[in-house]
Every structure is written in C-alpha cells, then in structure tokens.
Design a protein around this ligand. Structure first.
Ligand SMILES: Nc1ncnc2c1ncn2[C@@H]1O[C@H](COP(=O)(O)OP(=O)(O)O)[C@@H](O)[C@H]1O
Ligand SMILES: [Mg+2]
Length: 213
C-alpha cells in the first residue's frame, strides 16, 4: 500500500460514502473524508472474484497509468494512488457535475472554451478520454474552471497512425461539443456546429462499418 493510502486511512474518523454504484462489471465510487481531507476511492473490491481479477485489474491499472501521464495538469484529479490491485484513490474535485439537468443552457461560454483548451492539453500528452459524451465526467469547479474525471476508458495514442489518432481526438471533441450545445447559455456557434456534425457523421459511419463485420 502506498504512503498516500496509509496517510489517508490511518486515523479512526474515516468516513466513506458511496457516490456511484457500478454495475457487475463497473467500479464502485466512494467519497472518503477524514478531517479536512476528501478523496475518491474507485474500485472493484466488492465485485465477483472473476471480475476483480480480470476487468478490475486491467481497468484500474489503465486508469493509474493514464493518470501518471496527466500528472500536474490543472483540471485533472491529482494524487492518484493504488489502494489495491483493483482499487484506486485520488483527490476529490469540488464543484458541480455538468450533466445535471439544472445546468441545461445555463453555463457560460468561457467554461467551454476552457474545456477545449484542457482537452487540447490532454491530447497533447498523447491521451484520449473516449467517454466525454457523458455530462457526469465533466466538472465545473467552484472558480468556474473545468475538470475532467474518469479515465477508465482512456487510451494512449502516441503509437497509433495519425489518421486514427485524429479520429479518436475528434470523438473527444464531439463529446465536448455535445455538452456545449446542451449546456452553454449561447449554444454551439456555427463553426463548431459544422465540425460537430462532421464528426457525428464519421462516428455513425464507423459504428455502421463495425456492425457490418
Ligand atoms: N475526482 C472526483 N471528484 C469529484 N467527483 C467525482 C470524482 N470522481 C468521481 N466523482 C463522482 O462520481 C461519479 C462516478 O465516477 P466516475 O469516475 O465517473 O465513475 P464511472 O466509471 O462509474 O462513470 C462521477 O460522475 C462524479 O459525480
Ligand atoms: Mg464516469
């Protein structure tokens, strides 16, 4: 167990609250707190043995590996540590989840332009997220800046051919633009709307060609 975990779980006044119950093959997410410290614990500890020792280990190690690539990038949870082979802990990111209904057409355009920069920085480190069409993976931090969480489906793309890499990057942008059109006060501007539609056409073609194999 890492030093960080020992520090996090050393005392007696530890509180652990379930914030998201994963299905049989998805991680459970807990919010833990102890004194002033708050952190997230995400893992497969309560899943069946076979799930823990297969998907559990693979997805957990992948998220840890990706998090190491994104270390020190503002807008990404920091302090990743391994609690066990199939459980991670990392810092809780304060704020609101963008997916919340009350935020429909209520978020400033500045948030989304900052999201675009953050996504560009993530891609610059050779990482694609691939699960950004869900509002639950975007955070609006208390100072209005963006946060991106949940790197369990992410991939490292450094070694992929340029065309495929750009296609995967565009999948992330389509997630952002989907949120932008639903949540931004001003909606999505014309230029980005064109890009969004183009990516969606490509996505459909891609899904279609896979279903035909
Ligand atoms: N670091 C974090 N900071 C704040 N909230 C988080 C954090 N990690 C997870 N959450 C909350 O838990 C929910 C589920 O976590 P997530 O990592 O997205 O798991 P899943 O793989 O089940 O989607 C998120 O939508 C968010 O509300
Ligand atoms: Mg998620």
């Amino acid at each position: 167990m890492s030093k960080r975990c020992l520090k996090r779980e050393g005392g007696s006044n530890l509180r652990k609250q379930l914030i998201h119950k994963g299905s049989w093959a998805n991680a459970d997410v807990f919010l833990c707190s102890q004194g002033q410290n708050q952190w997230v614990e995400k893992g497969f500890a309560e899943k069946k043995l076979l799930v823990r020792w297969t998907i559990g280990i693979i997805l957990t190690q992948r998220e840890l590996f990706i998090a190491a690539r994104l270390k020190d990038l503002a807008g990404i949870p920091q302090g990743y540590a391994r609690k066990s082979l199939c459980t991670l802990t990392y810092n809780y990111m304060d704020g609101k989840v963008l997916g919340s209904r009350e935020l429909d057409h209520a978020v400033s355009v500045d948030y989304f332009t900052a999201c675009e920069k953050l996504l560009h920085a993530i891609h610059g480190k050779g990482v694609v997220h691939l699960d950004l069409r869900r509002g639950s993976n975007w955070i609006i931090q208390p100072d209005g800046s963006p946060g991106i969480i949940d790197f369990q489906s992410s991939l490292l793309v450094n070694l992929l051919p340029g065309l495929l890499k750009n296609f995967l990057f565009s999948i992330d942008y389509s997630g952002l633009y989907k949120m932008w059109s639903r949540k931004c006060v001003e909606g999505l501007d014309q230029d980005r709307k064109k890009i969004f539609h183009r990516i969606n056409r490509l996505r459909r073609l891609w899904i279609f060609s896979f279903t035909q194999i």
